[in-house]
Write a protein that binds this ligand. Structure first.
Ligand code: CO
Length: 191
């Protein structure tokens, strides 16, 4: 597990919004486990925490690469600030980076959860996914890893891995619902 130090030299990235074509593209496997990849992961973590969100995939910041970052249980506390702008302090960070992930469901049991996405702000709906999974992946040092996941962690890993295959969570809803949310999002985006 990699721990992210929030105060390092990371920079906030722009999040790509639906329906940008990169969000429906299949990303490429990571080949080079170098400093550039590490910097990118740190920038993505900073961007995710600031949004705030619990997961962010590389194509969501314009990189067609098969990796994502996540942290499903950090705490976000509003702190008093001298100016009128709200300031937040992030605590208990447990960031993780998953590179070239491959998911295998552990059973036919499913879980329904109301999902959202930083590339589709304001849109939320229930998605049904396998409940428990095994994920094979690489860490930032290129070490092969395996993890079992259940609940929110499982959902988040599946949602982010979908991004690497060009799948948005609304693609997992009925065509009727998908069209409804697409229209709703494009309408609110124009405002
Ligand atoms: Co998403």
């Amino acid at each position: 597990m990699s721990t992210f130090d929030y105060n390092i030299d990371a920079k906030e990235l722009d999040i790509v919004l639906y329906p940008d074509p990169i969000l429906s593209s299949i990303s490429e496997e990571v080949q080079n486990f170098n400093g550039e990849l590490k910097d990118m992961a740190e920038n993505m973590l900073l961007t995710m925490y600031k949004a705030p969100g619990i997961g962010l995939a590389a194509p969501q910041v314009g990189e067609k690469l098969r990796f994502f970052v996540l942290d499903v249980d950090f705490e976000r506390e509003q702190t008093t600030s001298s100016n009128t702008e709200k300031e937040f302090e992030l605590k208990n960070l447990k960031s993780q980076v998953f590179i070239n992930p491959v998911i295998t469901p552990k059973s036919s049991e499913t879980i329904k959860y109301q999902e959202g996405c930083l590339s589709l702000p304001g849109i939320y709906d229930n998605v049904i996914r396998p409940k428990e999974i095994v994920v094979d992946y690489f860490d930032l040092n290129g070490n092969k890893k395996q993890m079992e996941a259940d609940g929110l962690l499982s959902i988040c890993i599946q949602h982010e891995t979908d991004h690497l295959d060009g799948i948005m969570f609304i693609d997992r809803l009925s065509q009727l619902k998908k069209n409804f949310y697409k229209k709703k999002f494009l309408k609110q985006k124009r405002k």
